[in-house]
Each structure stands twice: as C-alpha cells, then as structure tokens.
Ligand binder design. Structure first.
Ligand code: HEC
Length: 120
C-alpha cells in the first residue's frame, strides 16, 4: 500500500512538472511573438535576417537570461563593464521585458532545435 502511494505521488509530481514546463514554454513563445523578436532573429530563432543577429535557438537558457539582463542594465544607464551590454537595438527590447518574460523566452529559445549547444 505504502509503495502504491509513493508511486502515485511520484506520478503526480512527474506529470504536473511536465505540464508546468509545457506551459512555461508556451509563455516563452508568446513573449517571442509579442515583441516580434522573429523580425530580426527569424521565426525559428536561428534563421536571422542579417548575419549580425545572433542565433538564439538552442543556446543555453542561463546564457540568454544573462545576456538579456545585461542589455537591460546597459539601457538603464549602467556603465559598460563585463556584466553590462550597451546595444541600442537589444537594449530597447530588453527594457520592456520583465524578469519572468526573460526567463520564459530564454527557456523556450533554448528548447528550439539548433546546432548550437547540445543537439536536440
Ligand atoms: C531590430 C532587430 C532585433 C529585434 C526585433 C530583436 N533583436 Fe535580439 N539582437 C539583435 C541584435 C542586432 C543583436 C546583437 C547585439 C549585440 O551585438 O550585442 C541581438 C542579440 C540578442 C541576444 C544576445 C545573444 C547572444 O548570443 O549573446 C539575445 C538573447 C536576443 N537578442 C534576444 C532577443 C529577444 C528575446 C527579442 C524579442 C524580445 C529580440 N532579441 C529582438 C537584434 C534584434
């Protein structure tokens, strides 16, 4: 009986965890669409309209989060240091993103198939 309860509890944790993750990914895609990130980075986040626009698909989420927050700090007037990115284009977008937007879009981007990072 005890074992059945533990198995059931494990199943519930596993399925709700998967559901929460799927929801977060959908929310991340919604952020990407809302700010029209595709207009530069491409609809698949890797076929950008200009070679100067980096590939985002498949990049590590923590790297993307760090980068977006660094643009936001740069746009907020922080002096240029290793932890601050001064870029007029991305700064203008990053200031519009909340921490949650950044985390969600980063996780969606990192889940997209790409040759960057771990092959998916
Ligand atoms: C008008 C074009 C444009 C749009 C729209 C745009 N970006 Fe960018 N993005 C750029 C450019 C240009 C760079 C490179 C800037 C630099 O040299 O630091 C960049 C860089 C980035 C980087 C850093 C990647 C790396 O490898 O360091 C991230 C992350 C990013 N963009 C995410 C986004 C997200 C998310 C959106 C939508 C909210 C978005 N971008 C919208 C042009 C754009």
């Amino acid at each position: 009986m005890k074992r059945t309860v533990y198995t059931l509890a494990g199943l519930i944790v596993a399925t709700t965890g998967g559901f929460a993750q799927a929801q977060d990914l959908a929310a991340g895609k919604a952020v990407f669409d809302k700010f029209n990130c595709a207009s530069c980075h491409g609809a698949d986040a890797k076929t950008s309209v200009d070679p100067a626009y980096p590939v985002l698909a498949g990049q590590h989420a923590d790297y993307l989060i760090q980068a977006l927050k660094a643009y936001r700090r740069g746009a907020a007037g922080a002096p240029a240091t290793a932890n601050v990115r001064k870029n007029p284009i991305m700064g203008a977008f990053a200031v519009q993103l909340s921490d949650k937007d950044i985390e969600q879009v980063a996780h969606w981007l990192s889940a997209q198939p790409s040759d960057l990072g771990v092959r998916k």
